[in-house]
Design a protein around this ligand. Structure first.
Ligand SMILES: NC(=O)c1ccc[n+]([C@@H]2O[C@H](COP(=O)([O-])OP(=O)(O)OC[C@H]3O[C@@H](n4cnc5c(N)ncnc54)[C@H](OP(=O)(O)O)[C@@H]3O)[C@@H](O)[C@H]2O)c1
Length: 311
């Protein structure tokens, strides 16, 4: 288990106790967020930890925000962090998917010190602000942002991609990642002790495109610029930033790898996939380093996928 230090100070926090919940049961005395309006019409937030827990075990845990935590890699990383004794704030648009992430590791107990779910659309500045305000109110500290929410967008020839298709991918993958990183950066710079870590989820498409993926590829290349800027601008404040570039973890997004996906040579081929838990293990390793050390870029891919040599 990872040792969580520097956190006893958070035990001093005494925010207003209000209703909270995991999985739809509102019972715990816990802070309620200002309500961001969810496009899915969902409850704006849930919470689960009673005030006593924050003063005890919860206060000694490191705190992570994971976006896109309701599925795939985000869910796997949330589970891996929870297993390493982190408190994890689960963010994504679908409240029920976030609650399921908590339930899958047995966190149906609203008194769990481990998890808070905050339905958030990362493309909405007001909702991102509300997410990080909730983290501040509840934990008074932030150690890690796993900037993971993303979308592949429509797979169509470049000349057929509509403006709206382009924009929807840019808004999630780039603007949403920037908004979350900026909010985390502000919190990490302002807090005492100062500092923290941001891990951006890039892709092997941050290096090499697939056919018909201009929006995804462009935004994932842009993620590398975001990572480098955060790394440089974070130096004075003990804010480290790294990027994980994944290839073919088995998730909803990569369903087509298992049925057949267009290759650079025009053929369609089934590609090998790997378990998202293997990505999560790597993220946890990056997250557990002291702030004086940083994995700047890590590439984790299905060993036999046609990446090396695909271009
Ligand atoms: N799987 C791979 O092999 C692979 C490879 C390279 C990179 N990646 C990257 O890994 C990340 C996660 O992908 P995944 O494979 O785990 O696919 P996934 O299961 O489809 O996960 C995408 C997540 O992003 C969230 N999301 C999408 N739009 C959002 C928005 N506007 N606001 C908040 N959350 C939003 C979704 O949750 P809601 O729908 O509930 O909002 C979902 O949980 C992505 O950034 C992807 O580019 C994956």
């Amino acid at each position: 288990m990872a040792q969580n230090t520097e956190r006893a100070r958070a035990a001093q926090a005494t925010p207003t106790a209000r209703a909270g919940q995991v999985g739809g049961t509102a019972t715990a005395p816990w802070p309620t967020l200002p309500a961001p309006s969810s496009p899915a019409g969902q409850s704006p937030q849930t919470a689960s930890v009673p005030q006593e827990a924050r003063r005890g075990g919860a206060a000694s845990r490191k705190v992570a925000v994971v976006t896109g935590a309701g599925s795939g890699i985000g869910r796997a990383v949330a589970h891996a962090l929870i297993a390493e004794d982190w408190s994890v704030v689960l963010a994504g648009r679908r409240a029920e998917a976030l609650a399921e992430t908590a339930r899958l590791v047995g966190l149906t107990d609203v008194n769990s010190p481990t998890v808070m779910t905050v339905p958030t659309d990362v493309t909405r500045p007001d909702q991102v602000d509300a997410l990080f305000a909730a983290v501040q109110e509840r934990f008074n500290h932030l150690d890690l942002l796993f900037n993971n929410a993303g979308t592949f967008g429509r797979t169509v020839p470049l000349e057929e991609l509509s403006y709206d298709d382009w924009r929807s991918v840019v808004e999630v993958n780039l603007t949403g990642s920037f908004l979350c990183a900026q909010a985390a950066f502000r919190a990490m710079k302002a807090q005492d002790p100062q500092g923290g870590r941001i891990i951006n989820n890039g892709s092997i498409s941050a290096h090499t495109p697939r056919p018909h993926s201009v929006a995804y590829t462009a935004t994932k290349h842009a993620m590398t610029g975001l990572t480098k800027s955060l790394s440089l601008d974070g130096r004075p404040y003990r804010i480290a930033c790294g990027q994980i570039d994944v290839g073919n973890a088995a998730t909803e997004m990569t369903g087509r790898m298992q049925t057949g996906i267009l290759q650079a040579n025009g053929q369609t081929a089934v590609e090998p996939v790997m378990d998202a838990a293997d990505v999560a293990r790597t993220v946890v390793h990056m997250a557990a380093l002291p702030l004086e050390a940083n994995v700047q870029f890590a590439t984790v891919l299905a060993t036999n996928m046609p990446y090396i040599g695909r271009g």
